[in-house]
Design a protein. Sequence first.
Length: 746
Amino acid sequence: MPGDGAARMRALARRALYDPQGPLTRDLLQEPGRFGLGRVPARLRPDATTTVVCGFCSTGCGLTVHLRDGQAVNLSPTTEHPVNLGMACPKGWQALAPLRAPDRATAPLLRNARGRQEPVSWEVALQTMTARFKAIQAAHGDAAVAFISSGQIVSEEMALLGALAKFGMGMIHGDGNTRQCMATAVTAYKQAFGFDAPPFTYADFEESDVIVLVGSNLCIAHPIMWERICRNRRRPAIIVVDPRKTETAMAATHHLPLRPKSDLVLLYGLARLLCDSGALDEAFIAKSTRDFPAFRDHLSAFPLARVAAETGLPVAQLEDVAALLGPGRRVSYWWTMGVNQGHEAVRTAQAIINLALLGGHIGKPGTGANSITGQCNAMGSRLYSNTTNLLGGHDFTDAGDRRKIAAATGIPEDRITREPSLAYDQIVERILARSIRGLWIIGTNPAHSWINQRDFHDILGRLDFLVVQDMYATTETARRADLVLPAAGWGEKDGTFINSERRIGLVKKVARPPGQALADFHIFRLVAEAWGCGDMFRDWATPAAVFQIMKRCSQDQPCDITGIDGYEMIDRAGGIQWPLPAGSSPPAAERRLFADGVFFHPDGRARFVFEAPRPPPERISDEFPFVLLTGRGSSSQWHTQTRTSKSALLRRLYPRDLHVEINPADAAPRGIGPGEWVEVSSPRGAISARAFITHGIQPGQLFVAMHDETMNRLTFPAFDPESRQPAYKHCAASVRRLTPGDAAGG
């Protein structure tokens, strides 16, 4: 809507609520900016530029947004930003395109008696939501309503949602889609280090002598991080552990194409080689670790012959790689979803950590056991969403922590939940059992992304009331909703993200949300008022105010950020890594943890954590003789493509049709030629895809990109027992050529 005068804002507020006499409308007319309906902030003058952090992956690149008449018209990578140094991937260049999509949700939609979603006022939407959820709780208990949130909203929204749902609305259970990407790393770090603490900074990519990438196609999934490797002048050895010959593996000096899900055996085998050869930092192990003797005894079960047989890797290659990992070099270990999304993922991540501990490769330049995050604000979700822990990395079950959070937030202590939430998959199980009957989904699309999709669609149908809050009413999940709440997106609101290297960066409002869409923050404020607990959140009036609450929650924690004054300080610095306690010197641009060899357990020592490997829960068979692998398809695709599909340019950069990678030795006897339609099946269903015949995939394996809406019809619902993260990366499958009489095209 052109112009930003007060009369126009009042008119927009009226249209947003339909009912100009309703109490929510009166509040909006008195304070339109409070609910995100006002102008783009005055600090962003017409025809100016401003730097924001990107809203796609966890890299956290700086983007310079160019404004005309106060509205964002274009963007470019920020030259001096400490993360991306003037570089951007295709998604970053197209970050504004999703905001302009014609299918944006622009009004609340309520399913009517005929089963169709129809526009209603915000007043009706909020009254209906609160009435239905309260009725469910009255009949079945507070725990009968739950929420699923996102790693793609700002930290201040996460904190407000978690506090509102659990302390204001009485929900006990709420989890985030961060469970699908980062729960493994969270659990591994907590058990090994005493806190969820990725130790690295991106400068370590440029300062390593040896870079070990496990289950990471960094070129595609995190292109700017790969660019940082390309800037390394130390001519590093690059070791890629991946069954596929990915783009990253092709550029590596060493590729270990191990059998799928034999990672744990491989890592234990490498650790044994280091122990047997004495390539250990014995001083570091003695000073900074616990349980090394038990770990060394555990390794006796992994002689080279066993490791070679189970991984399919030659003994000579194992010995060559182990020779690079001793304490005389700067060795950094990096992992992402190929590790995190597995049936024994936490122990695999900890096996990587163990290797870093053996060599003393922690806390020094070019070192670290480094988890690369998935979503733009998964780290914010890990610390501030009230899902995996109480705000600021605290414990719901600890009375002292509850008192501290009550004082920091102004919320009465008796309202602070004492019971940790169920994990995502356990919430789903409770819905199946009909003990959870109401669900609020915010900023995520589980009808596409959740494992074993057909069962999940059936489970959604068992709910009494489903609310979906999203930018688009067209997602697979929003189409299932009883109520859709239209939300603003990245670039249409203010707040902070925390990237993989713990850097807190700013998101700014550089565009107005369309129609009646509101920032998630303001929707949560409206829900609080409609629920009747608005007084509890009077001090949570703006994102900036909530950031101050987050600071108080972080005090004396490993993630302490009490030394950050506020948004302007973050803006000037180009982002600030935690921790930064009050009284700290001005922060350096790049900071890593554990330089003093002291960890966050009470005794200051890191733990060696280990366990015997287990076979994958679904085995191949005569009917399903292939192992199906999944992963990212291209650097221009993102998750369920809810946003990247809105860009015509990005759509041109990846194939129009879904493809399955298959080795020539498997394609030929099945009569499958390049580009032909095939059916890929698992015990749970079948999809259609075009055959991409390549030596990049090993015989007996298939690979399908994760982004297509049909993909999770196939995946097997296995979960790591420690982190409850889904194991997307391995299931049994078959493939056959489709004949002209078969349905094709998936």
